[in-house]
Structure formats: structure tokens, C-alpha cells
Design a protein around this ligand. Structure first.
Ligand SMILES: Nc1ncnc2c1ncn2[C@@H]1O[C@H](COP(=O)(O)OP(=O)(O)O)[C@@H](O)[C@H]1O
Ligand SMILES: [Mg+2]
Length: 246
């Protein structure tokens, strides 16, 4: 694989992000634990609070932020680069704007290249925070983002199920070894009183960002931001994560 430092796009990227104060990757070692819902609702809540927010969906195979926000997939404006879509006060970029309804199964080099390309062409302008909705897993894209965006901080999403707790522990260990700054650990779909996730945060000395309950209203609220604002997901993020990012 060509070294990233030899790719001319890697140089353009730092210019493209020069006006961005914070870059926060919402990540998790598993799929289906709420990364996309958290990344998107967090962007909405921060924008509602008056922050300048960007949202970049990096799950190239299964982008979903446009579904949560109810965005049509029209092609973004292009002139010496591409302007993110402005939706509900959020500047948004997703491969879904380019790939239409087709799945985009990228591997290795191709995924890196798509990431480089989108980072190199997107004009984010001035932002308080750029939220990256990461694909599941801790491999390719996470490592590429760490390489390409040295300012990135991660917000790790987990839940209290024993199968997830084990993978959250591995993720925290990996991030500690890589010395990547952490916004914190957020518990999603909280059921019962278990404290396994909070305990892990303590053990790895990262902030515990609180717990989002499982909210049955979420499914109906997908694509309808007004309804999304009335969910526990929004309320919890507005309080807990807002405090850490504002
Ligand atoms: N707190 C929650 N309450 C109810 N449903 C949730 C909650 N968090 C996530 N979901 C739902 O779980 C599914 C997976 O969430 P998603 O954000 O796509 O996960 P990921 O991005 O980690 O794969 C989606 O249908 C989402 O709406
Ligand atoms: Mg997702």
C-alpha cells in the first residue's frame, strides 16, 4: 500500500480542516450499538445549542446518518471542492450522496482512498466540532482516521451486554496503547442497574458520559428530526455529552 504521507491528498486534508476546532470520532467495536444514532443526534443537539457542527458519515458500506436526519440524497454543490449538505443546521457529508442506493463494499486500499478523497474535497469551513460517524470495528477506517487526522478524539459507544462489555474493554485498551485522546465512554440502550460500562470507564480513566435508555420512540422518529428531539436519546445527549463538547 502506498504510504499515506506520499499521497498528495494527505497534505490537502490538513488545509481542509484548518477551521475545525475539534474532530470527534464516534466509534465502537461492534455494529448495531447506536454509533450512528448517537453521532447524528449529538450533531443535532449541538447545532440546536448554537454550535457550528459538521457530521461526516464514514460508514461507506452502510451509511445511515441521512436516514436518521431524513435527508434526500441530492448531489452536493461542487466548486473547487464540495460543500457539505446543510441539513437542520448541520453541515453533513456522506458517501450516500454519491453512491445512490447501491452498497459500496470497499476493502483496504479502496476504503482508505475513498476516505482520503472525501476529506480532500470537502470544504468544512469554520466548525466548532466535526463529528465522524465511524463504521463498526476498530480496524481500517479507525486507523486511517488516526493517521490522517492527528487531532481526532474518540467517543466510544458501548452497552452493558456481556458480549459488548468485553469488546469495549478491548477497545479502551487499544486506544490507551495508541495514546488517542478520549472524549469518553457513553453507554447506550441502558437496561437495568448494571454498572459494568461505568466500571470500565473508571478502570481506564476515561470520562463516563452517562447512559441513554432504550427508547421505543426512536424507530418512529428516524427521519423526523422534530420527533427525534423528543426522544430520551436527544435529552441524554443534550445534557451529558453536550457538557463535554460545548
Ligand atoms: N437508545 C436507543 N433506543 C432505541 N433504539 C436505539 C437506541 N440506540 C440505537 N437504537 C437503534 O438501534 C439500531 C442500531 O443503531 P445504529 O445507530 O445504526 O448502530 P451502529 O451505527 O452502531 O451500527 C437502529 O435501529 C437504532 O435506531
Ligand atoms: Mg452506523
Amino acid at each position: 500500500m502506498m504510504g499515506l504521507d506520499l499521497d498528495p491528498r494527505a497534505i490537502v486534508i490538513s488545509d481542509r480542516l484548518a477551521g475545525v476546532a475539534r474532530v470527534v470520532g464516534v466509534t465502537g467495536s461492534k455494529g448495531g450499538i447506536g454509533k450512528s444514532l448517537v453521532a447524528t443526534t449529538m450533531a443535532l443537539s449541538l447545532a440546536d445549542g448554537g454550535a457550528k457542527v459538521g457530521l461526516f458519515d464514514l460508514d461507506f458500506t452502510s451509511p445511515s446518518d441521512h436516514v436518521v436526519l431524513g435527508v434526500d440524497k441530492s448531489f452536493p454543490n461542487e466548486e473547487f471542492g464540495i460543500d457539505p449538505h446543510r441539513v437542520h443546521g448541520i453541515d453533513m457529508m456522506s458517501v450516500a450522496f454519491f453512491s445512490g442506493d447501491a452498497a459500496l463494499p470497499l476493502r483496504g486500499d479502496a476504503a482508505t482512498s475513498a476516505l482520503l478523497e472525501l476529506l480532500a474535497i470537502t470544504r468544512w469551513g469554520e466548525l466548532d466540532v466535526l463529528i465522524l460517524d465511524m463504521p463498526p470495528g476498530l480496524g481500517d477506517t479507525n486507523l486511517d482516521v488516526i493517521n490522517l487526522l492527528p487531532q481526532v478524539e474518540f467517543l466510544l459507544v458501548g452497552n452493558g451486554s456481556r458480549v459488548v462489555v468485553e469488546s469495549v474493554r478491548r477497545a479502551l485498551q487499544l486506544f490507551a496503547e495508541l495514546k488517542v485522546p478520549m472524549v469518553g465512554l457513553l453507554e447506550n440502550m441502558k437496561r437495568g442497574e448494571g454498572a459494568a460500562v461505568a466500571d470500565l470507564a473508571k478502570r481506564f480513566d476515561v470520562p463516563y458520559l452517562g447512559a441513554i435508555p432504550y427508547d421505543e420512540r426512536v424507530e418512529e422518529a428516524l427521519g423526523d428530526v422534530e420527533a427525534l428531539r423528543n426522544t430520551d436519546v436527544y435529552a441524554t445527549l443534550h445534557q451529558s455529552v453536550g457538557l463535554h463538547l460545548r
